[in-house]
Unconditional design. Structure first.
Length: 469
């Protein structure tokens, strides 16, 4: 082996085996950057370096599996030549595909038509398809090229549902799509009226197969309550937000949802967020991620959340909930209603100057031992705790570390596991006492505690700050 730490680039290119280069190229992050998708261009640039790399790239179909066609009023990318090369070089590999078309493009209609023909001809290989059509876009000329998504597992869609011409063409994508399980309703500015569900039903969309639903926009309560019952296999739901119902909601059976994420959750009856939560808290629900909206106070959200929990039959195992700002006592009262919790994520944003960060009372309650049941009095089944260090009161820092150690020692004695994740430690590195407490938790890693402290370089930052003093 040549003992030279300063080998030239030419030597490396000439002597590293092609299979190693192929492996290295597979690690490249070829995803979108600031909204501009450049992955295909990056692959092409690699092939321009030398003959060896060109051969490696052209014979590595896994590097060409991202297929994105974008047509706007000003540009179409990639061009026909590059699109054809991407599809050819991907060979028979499964694809991740996206098509975004904005109406009234200045690109020649025949070029757009040819590009769409190339694209849809290969959709039968797509495992994920992101389809967004804005404005009037004639697709009838390519209908013959569209085949059922036999490999399609996930579909993200935003199309003019009321346009019968587009719907009749696009519906061929799911006729059939036997593996389709994930549906993402992409963001649209004008909402998603009930009639859109009717358009999808009229074109035999396979709602009964869907297990994962994500809605990128605020959806009206009556629409989601009409949509969910069409999906008897639905298990995972992510909603951006819920708006007031515009039509009467008929009584419905509780869905069998297992995992619900609600962004921008608002509180207070009859707010639709709380109505939906009341509807969704069925015995099957085990994971709940509530991200409170900016107009919702913690006091109201806790009060109504507890109200729903008291009458619910669900036994939540995984919870993300923004408890700040609220008192320790209010947090404790809420957690008493959640005895089955295995994961508790408290990574809320820090509310500076609030009287309600996580304090000593909360930490004491979390390490209280019930001798009668030989379990912790609060969250006895907890396996993972995630917390934002910024929301921990200064006076509670030492007690927090003691609580982590107490829970870990009890779990270890019982042969159980416990995991702790602490984020935003870097904001408190000026406080030597709090850093000592973090180091105390870090030291427990030697005895087997699973500890993650973010940022990863927090200790390096701390010593750097100390050197500047």
């Amino acid at each position: 082996m040549v003992q030279n730490s300063a080998l030239s680039v030419d030597w490396v290119i000439d002597n590293v085996p092609p299979d190693v280069w192929r492996h290295i190229f597979g690690f490249l992050d070829l995803k979108s950057y600031e909204g501009y998708r450049v992955e295909d261009g990056d692959v092409v640039r690699l092939s321009h370096v030398c003959c060896l790399w060109r051969d490696v790239v052209n014979n590595s179909p896994e590097l060409w599996t991202e297929v994105d066609l974008y047509v706007s009023p000003m540009v179409m990318r990639p061009g026909i030549g590059l699109l054809s090369r991407i599809l050819h070089n991907s060979r028979d590999m499964p694809l991740v595909m996206s098509l975004e078309i904005h109406g009234n493009s200045t690109a020649p209609s025949n070029l757009i038509n040819d590009a769409c023909q190339l694209f849809f001809r290969e959709v039968l290989r797509a495992e994920h398809l992101d389809l967004r059509i804005y404005g009037q876009t004639p697709l009838q000329g390519i209908e013959a090229e569209i085949q059922g998504g036999l490999m399609l597992q996930s579909l993200c869609i935003n199309i003019p549902y009321e346009d019968e011409g587009i719907m009749s063409v696009v519906s061929k994508l799911w006729s059939p799509a036997p593996s389709l399980q994930s549906l993402i309703l992409a963001h649209i500015g004008h909402g998603f009226p009930l009639k859109n569900i009717g358009f999808l039903q009229a074109h035999n969309f396979p709602f009964q197969q869907v297990t994962d639903l994500e809605v990128e926009f605020d959806i009206h309560l009556d629409v989601i309550c009409r949509l969910v019952p069409l999906m008897p296999s639905l298990a995972f739901v992510t909603l951006n937000g819920v708006l007031d119902a515009r039509e009467l909601i008929n009584p419905l059976e509780r869905p069998s949802i297992q995992d619900l994420t609600l962004e921008g959750c608002q509180c207070g009856f009859p707010h639709p967020s709380m109505q939906l939560l009341d509807f969704a808290l069925s015995p099957s629900l085990t994971s709940l991620w509530l991200k409170r909206g900016h107009q919702c106070s913690a006091y109201s959200s806790l009060r109504f959340f507890k109200r729903i929990l008291r009458k619910s039959l669900s036994c939540l195992e995984h919870l993300y909930f923004d408890f700040t700002p609220s008192t320790d006592e209010e947090k404790i009262d809420c957690l008493k209603l959640l005895p089955c919790l295995r994961t508790l994520d408290l990574t809320a944003k820090s509310y500076r100057h609030a009287r309600s960060e996580f304090g000593s009372q909360f930490c004491d309650a979390m390490q209280e031992w019930d001798r009668s049941t030989q379990t912790f009095a609060l969250c006895p089944q907890l396996e993972k705790l995630v917390i934002n260090h910024e929301t921990l009161e200064h006076t509670a820092s030492a007690i927090f570390a003691e609580m982590i150690e107490e829970r870990w020692m009890r779990y270890m004695a019982a042969g159980q596991t416990f995991e702790v994740k602490i984020i935003n430690v870097g904001e408190r590195l000026h406080d030597a006492e709090m850093v000592d407490d973090i180091m105390h938790i870090q030291a427990l890693k030697k005895s087997g505690l699973r500890v993650t402290i973010k940022p990863n370089d927090w200790l390096k930052r701390y010593f750097y700050q100390r050197c500047l003093i």
